[in-house]
Each structure stands twice: as structure tokens, then as C-alpha cells.
Ligand binder design. Structure first.
Ligand code: AMP
Ligand code: MG
Length: 213
């Protein structure tokens, strides 16, 4: 398989949409690190992410959606603080974990009853997500245990000949990942620290815990 590195254009987005519809994996720029995306509604496509990345089957994936995507079909309920946090920080580097409606493939959340959702601000990511208009499951676009990629070249080094397309949006700023926030309880709880801080979250939500490892 040839691996193309391309900037987004009408033609490139049509190709990306075709590939995703065919169950393929497409890498794309985000503002944190590059992602390795596939159709979250399709079991085979999601399993392909785990196999090309060598990701352990018990490490759940984040679902990425465009800024106008209606997430109510994906999540079961949303506490009032989570709506405030979405309004304050999205699109941006905040991943929010909700009770799942189980509409997406069960392999996305590795059997958990929750679903992690993120709305990236990268224009490349937004264009890709809008073109497919699907929830796109995506971990960082590196082989398991490798460093998270911040350039298209970096993705190419791990996946040349294995994936068909890398959507190049330039360098991701810094390579710090999104903050993963549990929004299933009374107050939000940070599960993974990232670009958005506990103080920023608490300023909007009133309070914010940190999961003790
Ligand atoms: P990665 O995309 O590889 O950088 O990592 C995704 C992160 O999101 C991991 O730390 C996962 O454990 C976390 N994550 C994804 N889905 C869930 C979920 N449903 N509940 C809790 N954490 C999750
Ligand atoms: Mg990772």
C-alpha cells in the first residue's frame, strides 16, 4: 500500500471520506498530536486501529466529532457542568467521558459503559470530520509505546505502507495530549492531565477532582 501525505482540499477530503466509508484507517492532524482515525460505528474499522497500532485491546479510544455534530445520539445524559465546559473549551483539547448510548462499536470503549468524546480545534481535523460526518475513533497515530507524533512525517515513519493517507496540517503545537475528564459524576474528575488544567476546569464547573492513580 502507498501512504500519501496530503494537505486538505476538496479532492483529498473526498478520498478521505471514501477510505473511511471502506473501513480504512486515516491519520489526521489535531492541535495536540496526530490521530489514527476510523469509523467508530464499524467493528472491523475500529479493530483495524488496534491491529495497525499494536494497541492493547483493553485501552479505550477517544471518539472525535466535528463542532456541529449532534452528540446526543452518542451519550446518555449530560450533567449541567459538562454543558458549561463544552461551551467554554470546545472545540479544543478537552476529552469528555460520558455514559454511552452504545451506538458506537463496543470495541471503542473496550466494553466500558462510558464513551470519551473530543471536538478538536484543528482546521484539518474539522474538515476531515465534517467530510465524513461520522464519529471517528482515534488514538494517537504512533505505534504502541512510541512517542506521540506531532508531524505528518513522524506518522509516516511508523505507518508507511500500512495506512493509505495522512492528512497533513503542519506541526501540532507541543505534543501535549488532551485532558481526559470524567463527566459521569457529581463533579468533573481528571483522568489524564493535558493541555486544559484543573484550575481552568474548576473555574467553569465550580469544582474539579483528579483521579488518584
Ligand atoms: P490516546 O488516544 O492513546 O492518547 O489515549 C486515549 C486516552 O483516553 C487513554 O488514556 C484512555 O484510557 C482514555 N479513554 C478513552 N476512552 C475512555 C473511557 N471511556 N473512559 C475513561 N478513559 C478513556
Ligand atoms: Mg497515545
Amino acid at each position: 500500500m502507498n501512504t500519501s501525505i496530503l494537505r486538505v482540499s476538496g479532492e483529498v477530503l473526498s478520498r478521505a471520506k471514501e477510505l473511511i466509508a471502506a473501513g480504512e484507517v486515516v491519520a489526521f492532524h489535531t492541535e495536540t498530536v496526530y490521530g489514527l482515525g476510523a469509523n467508530a460505528l464499524c467493528d472491523e474499522a475500529v479493530l483495524k486501529i488496534f491491529s495497525v497500532k499494536g494497541r492493547p485491546a483493553d485501552n479505550p479510544l477517544i471518539v472525535h466529532v466535528h463542532k456541529n455534530y449532534d452528540i446526543t445520539s452518542l451519550i446518555d445524559c449530560e450533567p449541567p457542568y459538562a454543558k458549561l465546559l463544552r461551551e467554554a473549551f470546545l472545540p479544543g483539547p478537552l476529552t469528555m467521558v460520558y455514559p454511552s448510548t452504545k451506538k458506537v462499536s463496543k470495541y471503542v470503549s473496550c466494553g466500558l459503559n462510558t464513551l470519551a468524546i473530543r471536538v478538536p480545534s484543528s482546521p484539518t481535523a474539522q474538515a476531515f470530520l465534517e467530510a465524513t460526518d461520522l464519529p471517528i475513533a482515534a488514538p494517537s497515530a504512533n505505534l504502541s509505546k512510541h512517542v506521540s507524533p506531532v508531524t505528518a512525517r513522524h506518522v509516516y515513519d511508523d505507518f508507511n505502507g500500512v495506512i493509505p493517507l495522512i492528512l497533513d496540517g503542519g506541526a501540532s503545537s507541543g505534543g501535549i495530549e488532551s485532558t481526559v475528564l470524567d463527566c459521569t459524576g457529581e463533579i468533573p474528575v481528571i483522568l489524564r492531565e493535558g493541555l486544559i488544567t484543573r484550575e481552568q476546569i474548576a473555574a467553569v464547573a465550580g469544582d474539579c477532582g483528579v483521579y488518584a492513580m
